[in-house]
Design a protein around this ligand. Structure first.
Ligand SMILES: [Zn+2]
Length: 167
């Protein structure tokens, strides 16, 4: 590749990213208007985009359907957790055709981090609370449903049922 075409490619890429940023800015301001007037001005961008990753990603993909796709995964803040079944907070971001990440809601995170793409056969997702002790269950998405977290808790529930029946 000649350096001139490399430069042009870089410029095109930068122009596309600037376009995604401008559209994201518009989404942020639209979102700001949904709050009552008295708090609007004080809201930071981090507060506005917090917990809205999927909403923003969907809007961007709808606006640029030939350029961006939605990617599910985790935002991981430590290199030591990259290979964990739950490497960090569940998150959504956009990916360009060449695989470059554009994350419209990264301001919600207080530190920099790693984007770990979701793998259905490996990563754990929230699977509901244990009926007995209330602890939150995490498992692969396709694992059989479990209503309790352990043998002990399953036994506890069974004893409860038996007691209820014998009364
Ligand atoms: Zn339990």
């Amino acid at each position: 590749m000649t350096s001139r075409s490399a430069k042009r490619k870089k410029r095109n890429h930068e122009a596309r990213i600037a376009k995604y940023k401008a559209f994201t800015d518009k989404l942020v301001e639209e979102q700001r208007l949904r709050y009552v007037e008295s708090v609007r001005a004080d809201l930071t961008r981090a507060e506005i985009v917090n917990q809205r990753c999927l909403q923003f990603v969907k809007a961007l993909v709808a606006e640029f359907p030939d350029e961006l796709t939605a990617q599910a995964g985790f935002f991981c803040t430590s290199p030591f957790h990259l290979d964990d079944p739950v490497p960090g907070e569940e998150h959504w971001w956009c990916k360009t055709k060449s695989g470059v990440i554009f994350d419209p809601t990264f301001e919600q995170f207080c530190s920099s981090g790693y984007y770990v793409e979701y793998r259905r056969d490996y990563h754990h997702v929230y699977r509901g609370k244990c009926m007995a002790c209330g602890v939150e269950n995490y498992d692969v998405a396709d694992a059989p449903h479990k209503s309790t977290c352990s043998e002990e808790c399953a036994q506890f529930i069974e004893d409860e049922y038996n007691r209820a029946c014998s009364n």
